[in-house]
Write a protein that binds this ligand. Structure first.
Ligand SMILES: [Cu+2]
Length: 147
């Protein structure tokens, strides 16, 4: 039989190890990046449930707003020129944008675990892309990375 103290010690060890595995993914808001003008970089991020994402206002004048999240997940909205950290607890595909540069295709995709809502995300992406003056192909390219 394990003593109570050993059980508590084991539990603390498990909690500490799961916290250590949670990763913080950093996404920069940029005027110019590898994909062109007005981009998030990296534009596609694969995360695990419990991870965080920190959006970094590297260049000022951008914000971050969720446009599609899995069922039960929280939407988010960051202030212009501010960093924002979100925690991703629900599996699925998340679409987000800078609403100031949505027309220029300033959008991004985050995948958390299994892409349970991929069909719904693709439908939303198709609608968003139709309204873009530039960068309309970006969401499709980013969603193509989802596996
Ligand atoms: Cu922007």
């Amino acid at each position: 039989m394990y003593s109570r103290a050993v059980k508590v010690a084991v539990m603390i060890g498990l909690l500490a190890s799961s916290a250590a595995f949670a990763e913080d993914h950093k996404i920069q808001m940029l005027d110019t990046g590898a994909d062109g003008l007005m981009v998030f970089e990296p534009s596609y991020v694969k995360a695990s449930a419990g991870d965080t994402v920190t959006f970094i206002a590297k260049d000022p004048g951008h914000n971050i707003i969720s446009r599609h999240v899995p069922e039960g997940a929280q939407n988010w909205k960051g202030a212009v020129s501010n960093n924002l950290t979100i925690t991703l607890n629900k599996e699925g595909v998340y679409l987000y944008e800078c609403d100031l540069h949505r027309m220029l295709g300033m959008v991004g995709v985050i995948q958390v675990g299994k892409p349970v809502n991929l069909a719904a995300a693709k439908a939303v992406a198709a609608e968003l892309s139709k309204k873009m003056a530039a960068g309309g192909e970006r969401l499709q390219e980013y969603l193509a990375k989802v596996q």
